[in-house]
Design a protein around this ligand. Structure first.
Ligand code: AMP
Length: 145
């Protein structure tokens, strides 16, 4: 039998980023969505696309929010691929601890990929702030191009 899902808790780290309580290397923002660099990237240019509407993950999200979010995921995937001259892009999204989720506010990972280069571990090593800032600047430039 499946377990009942926990309620959304607005003390999660992405809710704090959305409220401006903690910093992020932001690359995109509109009325519904933000995107910022992942602090423990699985590869160069790893970023996260986060809807502003509160939901724990995809399972309890409003389908209208999902629709808007995936359109921004596409824009960021195109921009990140160009910004990092990548060969491809991986998109992933985890639901609940059993599904690999560690931060309980819906988000999509966008990770530029390079032929023959494996991903670094999930939530592995904290990246230098200067590297994240440089990556964010590259993605923003690609979005503006
Ligand atoms: P998951 O919930 O498993 O899909 O992944 C959460 C992701 O958030 C991981 O890739 C972490 O490296 C990343 N992360 C955790 N804290 C922060 C933060 N303060 N800013 C940016 N990314 C974060």
């Amino acid at each position: 039998m499946d377990q009942p899902m926990a309620a959304y808790d607005d003390s999660n780290i992405f809710a704090k980023i959305l409220r401006g309580e903690i910093p992020s290397h932001r690359v995109y923002e509109d009325d519904d969505t933000i995107a910022f660099m992942d602090v423990m990237p699985q590869g160069p240019g790893h970023l996260l696309v986060v809807p502003k509407a509160p939901s724990r993950n995809l399972l309890d999200a409003d389908p209208l929010v999902l629709g808007k979010t995936i359109a921004i995921v596409q824009r960021l995937a195109v921009a990140a691929k160009a910004a990092f001259a990548a060969d491809g892009v991986s998109i992933f999204q985890f639901n609940e601890p059993a599904g690999g989720q560690t931060v309980f506010h819906l988000h999509f990972h966008v990770v530029p990929r390079f032929d023959g280069v494996p991903l670094q571990p999930h939530s592995g090593k904290m990246e230098d702030s200067a590297v994240l800032a440089e990556g964010a600047a590259k993605v923003k430039a690609a979005l503006a191009a």
